[in-house]
Design a protein around this ligand. Structure first.
Ligand code: ADP
Length: 983
């Protein structure tokens, strides 16, 4: 200390002054920790002797806080002292002078109370700081928190505070600073060990400086011990084991122990090093380490010593230098080094852990010697305590696949790898085990832990799964065509996730080429360019509507230039992941397509043949009609010229034959019309009763000829004007009655018409034609309604006919919404019947549609006949002159137009269609354009187109050649009457 005074240039005079001062004086270094290097007698007596740390920092003073005030308040042992302060003079001195020290009797000042609390620091953590950086922490603070000074000083205080407490802390801080008022707060602060300590702290501020005193908020003693342990272990040991703590205060020669140390050493918590009560071994040991450490300097001053505290109980003490309230102390740790019991206990614990582990395990040496087989392993390998194998090789007999159990402990290269073994158990079952091993090095010896997992079940499951998969794969490969799975990812990427082998077969591709096909773009490139749009559009539609996709298209086969027809079909499914998946197949339909093509060709050929047939029929009927026309006309004329009975007979026979031919030709034409869908049903008024009478009358001759009775049974309500196609109804009944007469000999043909019901504007009629002729066998009853069908081919020879009548009848009725039915028994006769619904005409004038109406037409008409054929013209002329008509004949259409233009008046024009120079159509168009006169078409051409053209050209009527005289007469009277009534 003396040298200190000299070093600092304090001369003896000055020394004397302060020494003899009646007030307290002391001097302190001007550098951290501001060691008090001199105090006068009064100071030492009053204060200095009680100080544990002889420095300002130890007193909890921050020099910076009072250099501006030049006054110091110093609380010591519950008393407060005031000193005047002289600061070091630049370059002249390097110490602080504190003088005029006196005790304050002060009672009132709150700052004094604060100061007392502040400086009663021995059991408190004290910190001083500037702004928010710590500039000083007392020894207890450092020790409690576990920091060395350089680790905590000039560190931001906020950074040490528990994140959860920071907000509250900074709010209190800001408020305290603003009001310049001390505040108290509890918060948690981080220790060196990383744990948080709870502190109850008070802060006060002087300008930018802060002062804090803090106490741990009553940590449990045990907790405290643990924390210390943590801290100390952190600094001094790496082994984790229970540790005790001790501290030695040189001043008192006492060692304080924590409970653990006391227990371990078997002493009280306080040991007097000098006392004989303290066991010698403890005294010597502690003395030794304390001495060693005391002799050392610097922060690494440490020493340790092991000794036997009693039998089998070795402890180790560690010692280090430390500071407590500014006073040097020695502190340290105590470990239990022997730990025999504990180890024993631990051993048995770990052993039972190993033994009872849920996994089968061996502990072996690297030689293969077995140390432990745990319970699970004993079960697995079926061994018991009495027959425990001692070496891995003892398991050889059970292991199959010629493997040695010693392999189990061979190192495996790959990380985390398992090896597998199979062995036979006592029941002769084969088991599969997954084995892992791990080398454990302990006290330079190698041990290997082996674990076994019985995966027999898993393996067999996997196997059956594999078999299932194989089965499915087989199935996919064997089905004709190919199966695929196509995936559309959320990102819009499309690809085939699966393509079966069959795809290759369908497309004629090698398996390598199929792999390439997984890219949808490449797959699409194989589609025929003409089919591509359709494939794309249908796929998109399927995806959008989530509907099954199907498409026929051509794809390139292995051979680059060839395309082949395939059919693709798939069902889309949207997965939860947002992906779309299509499961589908691709089938080779080239054969089917070939057949389709052939069928198309065949249909085309058939249609063509049909067309030819139709054309042929038209042509034939045309060709037949011209001569028939001539025959019929000639016969008619001859009959008018009073022939002899014999001639008359012959003429009638000819007439009959011609009539038959006409019927046949008409049938053919009707059939053709119906086939072409060109038959139209008329909707004109006629009197039902009159029509039926007329039909029967028309067939009376025929009945007489076939020696049959023809009866008509009419319901009385049938004198009714209905709307319908009178020609077609006549045709149907004619057909049925003619057939009945034809297939009946000397029998009765009964025609019956009944009214089923009558509503306001509709009647439902029942028609029946029954005979007692040859009848029809059941097996023929359906067939006879088919085209060209007769019961026996010979019938056409015997009875004549074409087999078309009934088929036309059925079709006509079908068009009229009715159905013909038949009841017949062979040898007994047949009954054909049907029902018809007809509209009742509003105008029930009974004269409508009957011959009676034409009575007003003059019997002296003047006709213009345009006909190029001489025979036809002759016949036609003869017919019309019979009715008292007169006519002018022209040779073609042109002449007809000229005749009309000549000024000659005509009542009606009879116009042939096919004529040279100008045909009937052209001529009629011209005539109709200029004159108001009825024109009737006469043609043998039965072609449908011609019929249609006739309608379009404005003809008023139409009569087919060969001319039926009666029909012609009726048509003439009809059209003339229409024109007269118009005029
Ligand atoms: P066809 O011109 O041959 O008469 P249909 O179609 O009118 O043609 O009749 C077909 C066949 O039905 C006839 O050939 C005949 O075998 C049989 N058939 C039709 N009507 C009768 C009937 N009333 N009695 C017995 N057989 C009939």
């Amino acid at each position: 200390m003396k040298s200190n005074m000299q070093e600092r240039g304090i001369n003896s005079t000055f020394k004397k002054i302060i020494y003899e001062s009646s007030e307290m004086v002391f001097l302190a270094d001007d550098t951290y920790p501001y060691t008090i290097f001199y105090g006068n007698e009064l100071f030492e007596k009053e204060i200095g002797d009680n100080l544990e740390q002889r420095n300002l920092v130890g007193l909890g003073l921050d020099v910076n806080s009072y250099i501006f005030k030049e006054e110091l308040l110093l609380p010591v042992n519950g008393k407060e002292y005031a000193f005047a302060l002289e600061l070091p003079h630049e370059n002249e001195s390097n110490y602080y002078l504190f003088y005029r020290g006196k005790q304050l009797d002060g009672s009132d000042s709150p700052s004094r109370q604060e100061a007392i609390g502040f400086f009663q620091a021995s059991q408190q953590l004290i910190g001083v700081g500037e702004y928010h950086l710590l500039t000083f922490v007392n020894a207890l603070g450092l020790q409690t928190l576990g920091y060395k000074p350089h680790e905590i000083l000039h560190v931001d205080l906020a950074g040490l505070i528990h994140p959860d407490d920071r907000t509250e802390f900074s709010a209190a801080w800001a408020k305290g600073k603003q009001l310049n008022k001390p505040f108290s707060i509890s918060f948690r602060i981080q220790s060196k060990a990383g744990t948080f300590l709870s502190l109850d702290a008070s802060f006060s501020f002087i300008e930018e400086r802060f002062f804090v005193t803090a106490k741990e908020s009553d940590p449990e003693p045990k907790e405290k011990a643990i924390r210390k342990l943590q801290l100390d272990l952190l600094n001094s040991t790496t082994e984790v084991k229970p540790v005790g703590y001790w501290i030695y205060k040189p001043k008192t020669h006492k060692i304080s122990l924590d409970q653990f140390s006391a227990d371990l050493l078997g002493t009280s918590k306080s040991l007097k090093l000098d006392s004989k009560k303290t066991p010698k071994v403890l005294r010597n040991s502690f003395k030794k380490v304390i001495k060693e450490v005391s002799a050392m300097n610097g922060p690494s001053a440490e020493s340790e010593l092991s000794f036997e505290v009693r039998e089998k109980q070795t402890v180790k003490i560690k010692a280090a230098k430390g500071w407590d309230n500014g006073i040097e102390v020695i502190y340290g740790l105590i470990y239990d080094q022997s730990d025999y019991l504990q180890r024993e206990e631990e051993n048995s614990f770990f052993k039972s852990l190993f033994m009872e582990a849920p996994e089968a395990m061996f502990l072996v040496k690297d030689t293969g010697d077995i140390l432990i087989i745990n319970t699970e392993a004993r079960k697995l390998f079926e061994v018991t305590e009495s027959n425990l194998p001692a070496h891995l090789d003892d398991f050889s007999s059970k292991v199959i696949d010629q493997e040695s159990p010693l392999d189990w402990i061979k190192p495996i290269e790959e990380f985390d790898n398992e090896r597998f073994t199979r062995f036979v158990n006592q029941k002769n079952q084969k088991m599969t085990l997954a084995i892992r091993s791990k080398v454990i090095e302990c006290q330079k010896e190698k041990f290997i832990a082996i674990s076994f997992r019985n995966i027999t079940e898993k393996v067999s499951l996997e196997k059956s799964l594999e078999e299932n998969t194989e089965f499915l794969m087989n199935l996919t490969d064997q089905v004709p065509g190919g199966l695929y799975q196509m995936v559309l990812s959320k990102e819009g990427e499309m690809k085939f996730a699966f393509l079966s082998k069959g795809i290759g077969a369908v497309l004629g591709l090698e398996s390598a080429e199929i792999r390439n096909l997984k890219d949808i773009g490449l797959a699409m490139a194989n589609v025929h360019p003409s089919d591509l749009p359709q494939v794309v559009m249908t796929s998109v539609a399927s995806a959008q509507k989530l509907e099954p996709w199907q498409c026929q298209f051509r794809v390139k086969t292995g051979n680059q230039d060839k395309f082949k027809w395939v059919m693709g079909a798939a069902r889309p499914q949207r997965l939860e992941s947002g992906e779309m998946v299509w499961y589908g197949y691709l089938a080779d339909i080239s054969q089917q397509k070939e057949i389709e093509t052939k069928l198309d060709e065949a249909r085309y050929a058939a249609e063509k043949a049909n067309q030819i047939k139709s054309d042929f029929l038209s042509m034939i009927s045309h060709e037949l009609r011209t001569p028939l026309n001539a025959i019929s006309g000639s016969v008619y004329s001859l009959l008018q010229e009073s022939p002899s009975d014999y001639q008359k007979n012959a003429l009638n026979t000819i007439n009959f034959a011609v009539d038959n031919l006409i019927i046949m030709i008409n049938d053919l034409l009707d059939f053709q019309k119906i086939e072409a869908g060109k038959l139209h049903i008329e909707h004109a008024p006629f009197n039902l009763e009159e029509l039926l009478n007329q039909i029967i009358k028309g067939l009376t001759f025929h009945a007489r000829d076939s020696k049959n009775k023809l009866k008509l049974d009419l319901a009385p309500e049938l004198d009714l004007v209905v709307k319908g196609d009178k020609t077609r109804i006549s045709q149907i009944l004619n057909n049925l009655i003619t057939n009945a007469l034809k297939f009946t000999q000397k029998g009765v043909v009964a025609v019956k018409v009944d009214l089923v019901n009558k509503e306001r504007d509709k009647v439902r009629l029942y028609f029946e034609v029954q005979d007692n002729g040859i009848g029809i066998a059941p097996e023929h009853q359906e067939k006879i309604f088919e085209d060209f069908d007769q019961v026996k081919p010979t019938f056409s020879k015997k009875y004549g006919g074409t087999g078309l009548g009934l088929s036309i009848t059925k079709k006509l009725l079908g068009i009229m919404g009715s159905q013909i039915r038949l009841e017949s028994e062979e040898g007994k006769g047949s009954k054909f019947f049907f029902e018809l619904e007809l509209e009742v005409a509003e105008n029930q004038d009974s004269s409508i549609g009957t011959d009676r109406a034409k009575s007003t037409v003059s019997t002296a008409l003047h006709m213009l006949m345009a006909e190029d054929n001489e025979v036809n013209a002759l016949v036609l002329g003869k017919i019309i002159t019979k009715w008292g008509y007169t006519y002018d004949r022209v040779m073609n259409g042109m002449e007809a137009v000229e005749a009309m233009s000549s000024g000659q008046q005509y009542d009606c024009v009879l116009m042939d269609i096919q004529m040279p120079v100008m045909n009937g159509f052209e001529a009629t168009l011209q005539i109709k354009n200029n004159f108001d006169i009825p024109v009737i078409a006469l043609t043998a051409a039965a072609k449908l187109e011609i019929m249609e053209q006739i309608k379009e050209c404005g003809f008023d009527g139409f009569v087919a050649k060969p001319i039926d005289a009666a029909e012609l007469h009726s048509v003439i009277k009809d059209v003339v009457q229409r024109f007269q009534s118009k005029a």
